[in-house]
Design a protein around this ligand. Structure first.
Ligand code: TPP
Ligand code: MG
Length: 533
């Protein structure tokens, strides 16, 4: 059967199974899909987004997937590439999607199977390339019957959403196309066919939500909830993507709330200086820790969760929960809390008082973090010191519900691209704040094709001229030459010029001027190079 017929069948089934965004990178082998997707977009079935760099395309798709999840309507986002090295360029985003639990469908075009291992141009073994990251893998050989598309797409979409597995994440479809790669006639997509209905056994929950804030994924009551008795000195630890219910439960139970900035739970009442308080010995009296989301930011929390005498309860809506030390005695989808006793309230007050008593002179990066926290647009926090500056200084506030980060694997890559996809998906202004090396890693993510829409996206570079985080690690003790060349790695880079080079506006500001610069509305693509020196 023709490549055109297979491409049209796949696109039809993607749209039928709820895919609304497809990111496309140019290529000839994937051309049958490009033609079919263009027709599908013209028919209003879905939106396409064209990116030239597949590494960027992958993270852009991840940002789109996160946008759907943040809106409480998780959907699979597909990304289409040609064969060869293009496929490998998607790997970082596939890994982040796997560890963040986001539904990304990677569709890689391949050469006919008989060309494998023959020296054929741009031909390699693509199936299995992402190792065990995909939740499902499907292969469609060249000249396969297009009727096969329906079943495979239904399976892949269900696996990506975790409909039956409660384990959402990336999936991989490798589809081979033989010539001709151009359509054999016009196509006007009409009515969408009915999708395969895939429903979970209980029928109640529907697809689990990806691990992102603003998604109420942790019902605090309900018949299936595990009831946690009051009267135990408990801490609530809200890691990335914990969601606002973590804050609500902590408030209901009078538990001190230790919420990372991208938890969605760093809202009113959160303990700000918890790292300091843990270090000062308040942790010694903890009897129980209830963990929400994916905490990664601090050693003291990890140590606390590894202490033998501390009871650890993990609340997780998906099959992949965080319990590094293997200490959890209960892993549950939902908890119910009892009204607090006088001792619970006294325990909370002890933490609040200690928190209020901490005085510290903020570092320039922390001052930048406070200024950014004071804004109202969506905020994507970069890895490394950026997210940690926020974690150690910003108060619990409603803004905490509009902060996200790529904490699946905490890479310094793909952050600008993720923000670009997020802004496109939300249709709202987004600000990404990140280190100078992280920015250098993904300058291309800010670029836009001539024929792609402009978005409201601001890149804020916290510029300390190199990887500042290494100065707080044991490598700070390496000699200055060793440290500068192999760890800090400052770059010959003009951030303003780089931003301007992709057609965005840019300016350099000092920390003192940052609040003023942030007061201007985010319009189009822009950059702020914040000089932390
Ligand atoms: C893709 C990737 N490569 C390397 C690392 C290791 N790494 C962690 S932080 C860091 C330096 C980041 O520098 P910058 O973005 O300037 O942030 P800063 O520490 O200065 O705040 C590096 C290289 C990583 N996390 N991800
Ligand atoms: Mg830096």
């Amino acid at each position: 059967m023709s490549s055109t017929a297979m491409a049209r069948a796949l696109v039809t089934q993607l749209a039928a199974h709820g895919v609304r965004d497809v990111v496309v990178a140019p290529g000839s082998r994937s051309a049958p899909l490009a033609y079919a997707l263009a027709d599908a977009e013209a028919a209003g079935w879905l939106r396409t987004h064209v990116r030239i760099d597949e590494r960027t395309a992958g993270f852009f798709a991840l940002g789109l997937a996160r946008a759907w999840a943040l809106r409480g309507e998780p959907r699979v986002v597909a990304v289409v590439t040609t064969s060869g090295t293009a496929v490998a360029n998607l790997h970082p985003a596939v890994l982040e999607a796997s560890h963040a639990g986001l539904p990304l469908m990677v569709i890689t075009a391949d050469r006919p199977h008989e060309w494998h291992r023959t020296g054929a141009n741009q031909t390699t073994v693509q199936t299995g390339i992402y190792a065990d990251a995909p939740r499902a893998v499907a292969e469609l050989p060249a000249r396969a019957n297009p009727a096969a598309a329906r079943g495979h797409v239904a399976r892949l979409v269900a696996a990506a959403l975790g409909t039956l597995t409660t384990d959402p994440g990336p999936v991989h479809l490798n589809v081979s196309f033989a010539e001709p790669l151009v359509p054999d006639g016009p196509w006007t997509p009409g009515d969408l066919p009915a999708p395969v209905r895939v429903t979970p056994r209980s029928g109640g929950g529907g697809a689990p939500t990806a691990r992102v804030p603003a998604v109420d994924s942790l019902p605090s009551g309900g018949p299936d909830a595990d009831r946690l008795p009051s009267g135990r000195r408990t801490l609530a630890v809200a890691g990335d993507g914990a969601g606002p219910n973590a804050a609500r439960l902590a408030a209901d139970a009078d538990w001190p709330l230790l919420a990372e900035p991208s938890s969605g739970a760093r809202t009113e009442g959160a303990i700000v200086h918890y790292l300091r308080l843990l270090a000062d010995g308040l942790a010694d009296d903890v009897e129980r820790v209830v963990v929400f989301g994916h905490p990664t930011l601090s050693q003291p929390i990890s140590r606390l969760l590894g202490r033998a005498e501390v009871e650890v309860v993990v609340v997780s809506p998906t099959a992949r929960w965080t319990d590094v030390a293997g200490a959890a005695t209960l892993v549950t989808g939902a908890i119910a809390v009892e009204p607090p006793t006088a001792s619970d309230t006294a325990w909370l007050q002890r933490w609040r008082d200690a928190d209020a008593a901490v005085t510290l002179a903020p570092t320039p990066m922390q001052r930048a973090a406070l200024a950014l926290w004071d804004t109202e647009d969506w905020l994507l926090l970069g890895s490394s010191n950026t997210v940690r500056a926020f974690d150690t200084i910003v108060p619990g506030a409603p803004r905490g519900a509009k902060v996200v980060a790529n904490r699946g694997l905490a890479g310094i890559d793909g952050l600008v691209s993720t923000a670009h996809g997020l802004a496109t998906g939300l249709g709202e202004p987004v600000r990404v704040v990140l280190g100078d090396l992280s920015f250098a890693h993904d300058v291309g993510g800010l670029a836009r094709g001539d024929h792609e829409p402009e978005v409201d996206l601001q890149v804020v570079v916290l510029n300390d001229h190199g990887g500042g985080i290494f100065g707080s690690l044991e490598h700070a003790a390496a000699g200055p030459a060793m440290f500068a060349r192999y760890f800090s790695t400052p770059q010959v880079l003009d951030v303003v010029a780089a931003v301007q080079g992709v057609g965005a506006t840019a300016s350099r500001v000092g920390v003192d001027d940052l609040p003023h610069a942030l007061a201007a509305p985010i319009r189009g693509r822009s950059g702020l190079d914040v000089d932390l020196a």
